[in-house]
Design a protein around this ligand. Structure first.
Ligand code: FAD
Length: 392
C-alpha cells in the first residue's frame, strides 16, 4: 500500500510527485514520462509558452527549464528540448518513484483506492491524483463522425507528419495547433489547407524586448501573456476559484483564444491556403473526402481533400475518464462534466484529486499550461499530506 498514486507522468504528474516525495509521502507516479509531448504533438513543433513559463515545479525551484538549458525571452523552445527537459527533471527528482505502466482501472476497496496496472498488478493507495492531461478529452466535430479513421483524425494522433507528404490535407481549426500543424505539413511536403469558422486568423504580437516603465506597469508580463487580466489568471489561480461559475467559464473560454505565435506567421503566410468564415456541416467519403461547408450567407460549398485533421482542441468531460470505475466517475461528475474541486484540488470523492486541464474550470486558464503546475503541485501536496495523516 502506498500513500499517493499519481496517474500520468507529464509536467503536472511529475511536479506533483516531486512535491509529494519531498513532503515525505510514499508516492508513486505511473505512465511514460512526457509521453503526450513525445507521441501526440508534431515533431518539429516549438512551444508557444515563453521559456520562463515552461518550468516543471520542485519545492526549491532548483530544476526549472533554465537549469537544463537557458533560453532568452521570446526565444521559442523546441518540443524535443522540452521532452528531454521533462525526462531530465524526472531523473533528478522522481527517480525510482516512477512506474512506466499504464493505469487501466481505479476502484475502491476497504476505504482505499485500488489501482490496476497494465501489467495486471493491483496496488492499494490512500489517495489518487489524476494528472491525465489533454489526451482523454480530444474534441472531434460531429460533422466528421461519418468519416473512417484512415481519412480523418485528431491533431493529437500525429507525431510524424511526413506520412502525409504529397497528399492534400484539410486542417480544421484556427488555433496554434491548427496553424502549426498546417505549416509543418507544408514543410513535410504535404498540401494542407486551413478550414475555419473565423473570418480572419489572429496572430500574437512580436514580443518587445525593451519596454518603458509605463508600458510595464500598464501591461505587465506573466506566464500567460501580457496585460493585467492575463497576470491575474496566471498568478492568482487560487482567487479564480472564488469567482461565480459563469465568470470562470467565460475566462477559461476567452483567455488566450485561438491565435498563432508571432514566430509562425512568416512560415505560414503564403505557404498555407485558407478557407475561412465557413461552418463545417458534414462530410462524406467515396474516392475522396468531401467536406460540406456553409458560409455566413448560407451558401453551400464542397471541399475535396484526401485527409482531414481536426485541430479542434479539447473539452473536459469526466464521463470520458474510463479508468475510473462507474461509482467513482459518478461521484466526481455529480456537479457536471467538469469536476468542481476543493482549494487543494480534491474532487467530490475524498482522497481523489485532479490536476492540469481538468482543473481549469475551477482554477482558470493557468491550469491549461505548464505554468500552472507550480501552483497545482504545491496546493495538492498540502491536501495530500492532510488526507494521508487523517487516514493513518
Ligand atoms: C499541440 C499542443 C501544444 C501545446 N503547447 C504548449 C506550450 O507551448 N506551453 C504550455 O504550457 N502548454 C502547452 N500545451 C498544453 C499542454 O498540454 C499542457 O501544458 C501540459 O501538457 C500539461 O501537463 P499535464 O501533465 O497536465 O498533461 P500531459 O502532458 O498530457 O501529461 C499527461 C500524461 O498522462 C498520461 N496518461 C493518461 N492516462 C494515463 C493512464 N491511464 N496511465 C498512465 N498514464 C496516463 C498521458 O500519456 C500523458 O503523458 C500544448 C498542448 C498541445 C495539445
Amino acid at each position: 500500500m502506498i500513500d499517493v498514486a499519481i496517474v500520468g507522468a507529464g509536467p503536472y504528474g511529475l511536479s506533483v510527485a516531486t512535491h509529494a516525495l519531498a513532503a515525505g509521502l510514499d508516492a508513486r507516479v505511473f505512465g511514460r514520462p512526457m509521453q503526450a509531448w513525445e507521441w501526440h504533438m508534431p515533431r518539429g513543433m516549438l512551444l508557444k509558452s515563453e521559456p520562463d513559463a515552461s518550468h516543471l515545479s520542485d519545492p526549491d525551484r532548483r530544476y526549472g527549464l533554465d537549469a537544463f538549458r537557458r533560453y532568452s525571452y521570446g526565444e521559442p523552445v523546441p518540443v524535443e528540448t522540452f521532452i528531454a527537459y521533462g525526462k531530465w527533471f524526472r531523473a533528478q527528482t522522481v527517480k525510482d518513484a516512477l512506474d512506466e505502466s499504464t493505469v487501466t482501472g481505479i476502484g475502491t476497496e476497504g476505504g482505499l483506492f485500488s489501482v490496476t496496472l497494465s501489467s495486471g498488478a493491483t496496488l492499494l493507495a490512500r489517495t489518487v491524483v489524476l494528472a491525465l492531461g489533454f489526451l482523454p478529452f480530444a474534441h472531434r466535430p460531429n460533422a466528421l463522425a461519418q468519416l473512417p479513421p484512415e481519412v480523418s483524425s485528431h491533431s493529437c494522433e500525429h507525431h510524424d507528419l511526413s506520412a502525409f507528404a504529397g497528399r492534400h490535407v484539410a486542417v480544421v481549426g484556427a488555433g496554434q495547433s491548427a496553424l502549426e500543424t498546417a505549416t509543418l505539413l507544408v514543410e513535410a511536403g504535404a498540401k494542407p489547407r486551413i478550414v475555419a469558422r473565423t473570418p480572419s486568423l489572429a496572430w500574437n504580437d512580436t514580443p518587445d524586448e525593451r519596454r518603458s516603465v509605463l508600458t510595464r506597469t500598464l501591461a505587465p508580463r506573466s506566464g500567460l501573456g501580457t496585460g493585467w487580466p492575463s497576470w491575474v489568471w496566471s498568478e492568482l489561480p487560487g482567487a479564480v476559484r472564488y469567482l461565480p461559475k459563469a465568470a470562470r467559464s467565460h475566462i477559461v473560454r476567452t483567455t488566450l483564444g485561438p491565435a498563432g505565435s508571432w514566430w509562425l506567421k512568416e512560415r505560414f503566410d503564403g505557404a498555407v491556403p485558407v478557407t475561412l468564415g465557413v461552418r463545417l456541416e458534414g462530410a462524406d467519403h467515396r474516392d475522396a473526402v468531401r467536406l460540406h461547408l456553409t458560409t455566413g450567407r448560407g451558401t453551400v460549398k464542397t471541399l475535396e481533400t484526401e485527409h482531414v485533421i481536426a485541430a479542434t482542441g479539447y473539452q473536459v468531460d469526466v464521463g470520458r475518464i474510463d479508468i475510473l470505475d462507474p461509482n467513482l466517475r459518478r461521484g466526481v461528475s455529480a456537479g457536471g462534466p467538469r469536476p468542481r474541486l476543493s482549494r487543494t484540488f480534491e474532487t467530490r470523492v475524498p482522497g481523489l484529486y485532479m490536476v492540469g486541464l481538468a482543473a481549469a474550470a475551477t482554477f482558470g486558464p493557468a491550469m491549461r499550461f505548464v505554468h500552472g503546475s507550480d501552483f497545482a503541485a504545491r496546493r495538492v501536496t498540502r491536501g495530500l499530506v492532510s488526507q494521508v495523516r487523517k487516514s493513518t
